[in-house]
Design a protein around this ligand. Structure first.
Ligand code: DC
Length: 225
C-alpha cells in the first residue's frame, strides 16, 4: 500500500467522484469523499432543525463522523450514506460549508485520515486546507459539459428533470463555492490543472496516475542521490 496522499479538487459535476474511485483503485490507495462529511453535517442540521441563523459552534460537539470499512459515512455511529445524496442536502452542505468552525471540524477529520495513510481525497479546497498532501490535482470542465453529465445521472432517478434546472443548480453551487470567504474553490498554485471537457475517464485517470508515478520516481531519485 502506498502512503502518499493525493488531493483531487474541483467544482460540482466535474467527475471527481468516479475519478477518485478509479485512481484509488489503480494506485492501491484508499478513497476519501470529503463532500460526504459536509453532507452528513448538513443532514444533522436538517434532522435537528438547525438553520444557518441558529447554528452555534458548540453544536459540533454533538457530531461524530466516521467511515465504515466499505466507505459509507456514519453520523454518530449510524450510516446516513443513503440519506445524503440529494440536491437538498448538497445545497445545505454548501451553505453550512461556509462556516469557519464547520470547515475546521471537517478538515480535522480528513487530516487525521490522509496524513496517516495513503488516500485519494475528493474535495473542493483540500490543497489549501491540507497543503501537506504532496500531490495536488485541480479538475475542471466547461460548465455545460458538467451540467450535461449531472443531468444524465439524475435523469435515471427522475425522468422529469430538466437540463436547465441542473445547469442553474451547478451555476449557483459554483458561485457559492467560489465566493466562500473560508477556503474558496480555486486552484492551488502547486496543483496540476486538468480540463477534462474533452477527455475520457480513462484518459484523465491515466494523466493523474502518471503525475503520481512521476512524483514517486522523482522522490526516489532524490533519496538515492
Ligand atoms: O462534493 P459534493 O457535491 O458531495 O459536496 C456537496 C457540498 O459540500 C459542496 O457544494 C460544498 C460542500 N463541500 C465543501 O465545502 N468542501 C468539500 N471539501 C466538499 C464539499
Amino acid at each position: 500500500m502506498n502512503n502518499l496522499s493525493i488531493a483531487i479538487d474541483g467544482p460540482s459535476g466535474v467527475g471527481k467522484g468516479i475519478t477518485t474511485k478509479l485512481v484509488s483503485k489503480e494506485l492501491n490507495l484508499k478513497a476519501l469523499d470529503s463532500g460526504a462529511i459536509y453532507r452528513a453535517i448538513a443532514y444533522y442540521m436538517l434532522s435537528n432543525k438547525i438553520k444557518l441563523k441558529t447554528f452555534k459552534d458548540d453544536i459540533l460537539k454533538n457530531i461524530n463522523i466516521s467511515f465504515t470499512e466499505h466507505n459509507f459515512v456514519e453520523l454518530n455511529g449510524v450510516s446516513v450514506d443513503d440519506k445524503i445524496r440529494n440536491d437538498e442536502i448538497g445545497r445545505l452542505a454548501s451553505d453550512f460549508g461556509k462556516i469557519k468552525s464547520i470547515r475546521k471540524f471537517a478538515t480535522e477529520i480528513q487530516k487525521k485520515l490522509v496524513l496517516s495513510s495513503g488516500y485519494v481525497v475528493e474535495g473542493r479546497a483540500t490543497a489549501y486546507e491540507i497543503p501537506q498532501i504532496p500531490i495536488k490535482i485541480f479538475l475542471t470542465a466547461d460548465m455545460k459539459v458538467r451540467a450535461q453529465r449531472r443531468y444524465e445521472e439524475y435523469k435515471q432517478e427522475d425522468p422529469s428533470i430538466k437540463f436547465k434546472e441542473v445547469l442553474e443548480n451547478i451555476k449557483e453551487r459554483d458561485m457559492q463555492d467560489k465566493s466562500r470567504l473560508e477556503h474558496p474553490l480555486i486552484k492551488h498554485k502547486d496543483a496540476h490543472l486538468i480540463d477534462n471537457s474533452n477527455l475520457s475517464i480513462d484518459e484523465q485517470v491515466k494523466l493523474i496516475v502518471d503525475i503520481y508515478d512521476d512524483y514517486v520516481t522523482n522522490l526516489n531519485n532524490k533519496h538515492n542521490k
